[in-house]
Design a binder for this molecule. Structure first.
Ligand code: ARG
Ligand code: ZN
Length: 865
């Protein structure tokens, strides 16, 4: 059941037009599809369509009925995954009638009923759960879709433009849609329901008016305006930055409560997880607003990078996802702030992508082998993919990158192409030779860049940069990569040094071999190299700097990202000391350095807010091997306590310097709230500041500060935390999206009675196992972020998650396969953890009827090492 990239063959048939006629019914939806099929090349193979457990009610070829194959009759052969149709014509019209039961579809793939509305999710291979088809992205067709539904579903939507509608005799009505742009079936969508509708319009740069429609649950209209405004900003940005314009008369977005992922870019009809649409100051945090804007933009940008130019096969997924993530990151940086965006995305790489690379699921951004495609919508394909696109951008420059993009669209508009096609379009825009660079597409793993310094005679210092990519579960031999490395050589007084050989250009060196050296005239000065500024390549750095040097970078670094990063290294260093000797007290010079850093930067709340965040447990894990969870947590917690005690006065100064203003989602206000809440969480560790937490909770006029106070309260006395949690629950009882924050905070408490708590949460009236958002906020939060209890050494955390996954897998394999991730990533932990984790993986693997989603990840994990 393994599929390989190397086995790609062009389709034996193409389908030029699709005429779908869908009559909705919860348990018996009729789907009639009429396909114009043409044979490709000269062969006499049968037409083999994908179809996932679908019946055939009627099948006609050019109007002539065809029956199932029998002993004396040639006919079609139906299996639970395919329909093989013998034909000798080169061009014919195929008519197939089938039926499905959307109400029984709990996997949320294909057509399903979600909270009273019908909707679809077809990417990657969900269309075969709706009707028989060549369910692969390189078959592009023009769709005409007629949706027939009950009056109680007044809105019947599909891709493209509405071309007809009317009443039918039996109290039903219909709407007919036509999408003129040929598309792969994974971009098909259908929605039927009774929604509140927000409308607006956008005039494109060439003067075309586009109707914008946003469909949300009844009563949620006021929570949709921010999403609609974001959409217009995204449309404008893509015109300004890439010259890309929208290409239909109407753009629709529907928000649904039951959704496996974030959102889906179906042509002209995006379907969204309501979490990434609905936002207002009372229910959404600043991060939520940020995410809404980013996801709205991401799906919109797919219209060009994904829909107009799509993927030839699913191994090429990063062609559209890496590129579109990069585009949405650039957009977000332009809309908000470059620094906080970069930090946010680097945290994702360090916490999640590095651990994926270290696990049995390690794969290049363009994978070679896949069992279940849904398992490859990963941080590697998406986020490391975006980092690779970012390196093109760095190497080619803004103009060169734009030129490469223009060429990409000039060559491939309307086609299904490969990552190689993208590289070759970029190659056309640069004189650099990109052949070694393209190794980033085929080599997995996280490279480690080592920095060495050696004093030569006559005041020269030699710097050596070398790279090494440790072997990964999928690949043993690694070659040197082509890496742009942002570097600053800083003297004690902050002066910047350049090298003698001229290999540093504009603060950048290219490392394309195992190692390279250059020299600098130090004339007796101590030099500090700040390497991989702005995370200019997706790598780890091994740069043994003294604490003074790190403080020098913080003080004098030009690159704000480097300054933040230096601070992170200082914290990591301190936590290591406490791991070695729990009684150790941190060198007073460090506190002095941090205090003076705080007072110097007190007006720079953006940088300060980020610099006062202690690296997460997950980030620390990636910097260590054989982690003993209790030991590391203890050291981290101890550091946080010393931090609060030692910096009390400075933290209080910061807290008091930020005055609360009426809420607005605007960057300078966001930075202030962020900084204030980071500081509040530190102060909450000191009993004398408990009142700051409760006061903020009571006074807050927005979700950011309310949740900030609530999160800080977990460090206060238990009574305080419990009472604020109870108040919060009462206030937001009716709003499951807000309650998700409360569920998650409960599920991440490192308390002994955590399983009783989780059981209580699962019995909450707003909890249901069939809603992925609820499951992620309770079970997902526990498995990913309650490190102490998930990794408890009696194995209870692992067992709890495995038990839950066995139930969930029967309903929704895609979500189960996401949540199994922490259990499969045993590699970084100490042997006593590993044994217990593998025991539960073994239980999962032995379970009969396990989905292939969970099977793929569990079996790989157990086979590795
Ligand atoms: N293309 C969608 C997006 O990035 C995600 C679809 C994920 N689908 C899946 N089956 N995992 O924007
Ligand atoms: Zn995407």
């Amino acid at each position: 059941q393994i599929k390989r990239r190397a086995d790609y063959k062009p389709p034996a048939f193409l389908i030029t037009t699709v005429d779908l006629h869908v009559t909705l019914h919860p348990t018996d939806t009729r789907v009639i599809s009429t396909l114009k099929v043409t044979r490709q090349g000269s062969h006499n193979q049968p037409l083999v369509l994908d179809g996932d457990n679908l019946p055939v009610h009627k099948l006609l070829i050019d109007n002539a009925p065809l029956a199932a194959k029998s002993d004396d009759n040639d006919g079609y052969i139906l299996t639970d995954s395919s329909l093989s149709i013998p034909v000798d014509k080169n061009e014919f019209t195929l008519y197939i009638e089938t039926s499905i039961a959307p109400d029984n579809n709990k996997a949320l793939e294909g057509l399903y009923l979600s909270g009273g509305a019908y909707c679809t999710q077809c990417e990657a291979e969900g269309f075969r759960r709706i009707t028989f088809f060549l369910d692969r992205p390189d078959v592009l067709s023009v769709y005409t879709v007629t949706v027939v539904g009950d009056e109680k579903y007044p809105m019947l939507l599909s891709n493209g433009n509405p071309v007809d509608k009317g009443q039918l005799s039996d109290g039903k009505h219909f709407v007919k849609w036509h999408d003129p742009h040929p598309k792969p079936c994974y971009l098909f969508a259908l929605v039927a329901g009774d929604f509140d509708l927000l409308t607006d319009s956008y005039t494109t740069m060439s003067g075309k008016e586009v109707a914008l429609e946003l469909y949300v649950d009844k009563g949620k209209k006021h929570q949709g305006t921010f999403a609609l405004e974001s959409l217009k900003r995204a449309m404008k940005w893509d015109e300004d930055v890439f010259g890309l314009e929208y290409d239909l008369d109407i753009y629709m977005i529907v928000a649904v409560d039951f959704f496996n992922m974030g959102a889906m870019e179906n042509k002209g009809l995006n379907v969204f997880n309501s979490k990434f649409v609905l936002a207002d100051q009372d229910t959404a945090t600043d991060d939520d607003f940020f995410n809404v804007e980013a996801v709205i933009a991401h799906e919109y940008f797919h219209n060009w990078t994904g829909n107009r130019v799509t993927c030839r096969d699913w191994f090429q997924l990063s062609l559209k996802e890496g590129l579109t993530v990069f585009r949405d990151q650039q957009f977000s940086a332009d809309m908000t702030s470059e620094l906080s965006n970069r930090i946010k995305h680097v945290r994702v790489m360090r916490e999640h992508q590095f651990s994926e690379d270290a696990s049995a699921m390690s794969h290049p951004i363009r994978p070679d082998e896949v069992i279940e495609m849904n398992n490859f919508y990963t941080v590697t394909v998406y986020d490391k993919g975006a980092e690779v696109i970012r390196m093109f951008h760095t190497l080619l420059g803004v103009d060169g990158f734009r030129q490469g993009m223009d060429e990409y669209f000039r060559r491939h508009d309307g086609q299904a192409v490969t990552c190689d096609d993208f590289v070759s379009a970029m190659q056309s825009a640069t004189s650099l030779d990109l052949s070694q660079f393209s190794l980033w597409y085929s080599q997995s793993g996280t490279p480690v860049i080592s920095v060495e310094q050696q004093e030569l005679e006559n005041g020269k210092v030699q710097f050596t940069l070398s790279q090494r990519t440790p072997k990964t579960s999928d690949q043993h031999d690694k070659q040197p990569l082509y890496m742009p490395i942002n570097i600053e050589i800083i003297g004690q007084g902050g002066e910047l040094y350049s090298d003698n050989e001229g290999v540093i250009n504009d603060g950048m060196v290219i490392l394309d071999k195992e190692s390279m050296s250059f020299t600098v005239d130090a004339s007796g000065n101590v030099l500090t190299p700040a390497v991989l500024g702005n995370f200019s390549a997706p790598a780890k750095v091994d740069n043994p700097l003294s604490t003074e040097s790190l403080l020098t970078i913080f003080k004098h670094g030009k690159d704000a990202f480097n300054r933040w990063d230096a601070m992170q290294s200082i914290y990591d260093r301190c936590i290591r000391e406490l791991e070695q000797s729990p009684e150790a007290s941190i060198d007073e010079n460090i506190w002095v350095g941090i205090r003076s850093a705080i007072s110097r930067e007190i007006d720079n709340v953006e940088l300060l807010g980020e610099c006062l965040v202690i690296p997460s447990f997950e980030t620390l894990c990636q910097l260590r091997t054989s982690v003993d969870v209790a030991e590391l947590s203890k050291a981290r917690t101890e550091f946080c306590h010393q931090f609060a005690q030692q910096l009390e006065a400075a933290l209080l100064d910061v807290f008091n310097s930020i005055e609360s203003k009426p809420y607005s989602y605007e960057q300078s206000a966001v930075n202030q709230r962020r900084c204030k809440n980071v500081v509040l969480a530190h102060l909450a560790l000191l009993p004398q500041y408990e009142h700051l937490v409760t006061e903020q909770f009571e006074a807050s006029d927005n979700m950011t500060d309310t949740l900030g106070a609530l999160r800080s309260a977990q460090f206060c006395r238990k009574e305080v935390f419990d009472s604020l949690m109870a108040k919060f629950e009462q206030r937001y009882n009716k709003d499951p999206l807000v309650l998700d924050k409360w569920f998650a905070l409960h599920a991440t408490q490192p308390t002994k009675d955590i399983f009783a708590t989780i059981t209580m949460l699962c019995e909450h009236p707003q909890f249901t196992m069939s809603n992925p958002n609820r499951v992620r906020s309770v079970i997902g939060s526990f498995a990913f972020y309650n490190s102490e209890m998930f990794h408890a050494l009696d194995g209870s955390g692992y067992k709890f998650v495995a038990d839950y996954l066995l139930k969930l897998d029967k309903l929704n394999p895609q979500v189960a396969a996401r949540i199994v991730t922490p259990l499969t990533q045993w590699q970084g932990f100490a042997s006593q953890h590993q044994r217990l984790m593998k025991e539960q993986l073994g239980r999962l693997l032995n379970h009969k009827g396990l989905s292939k989603d969970v099977f793929e990840k569990v079996s790989k994990s157990l086979a590795y090492g």
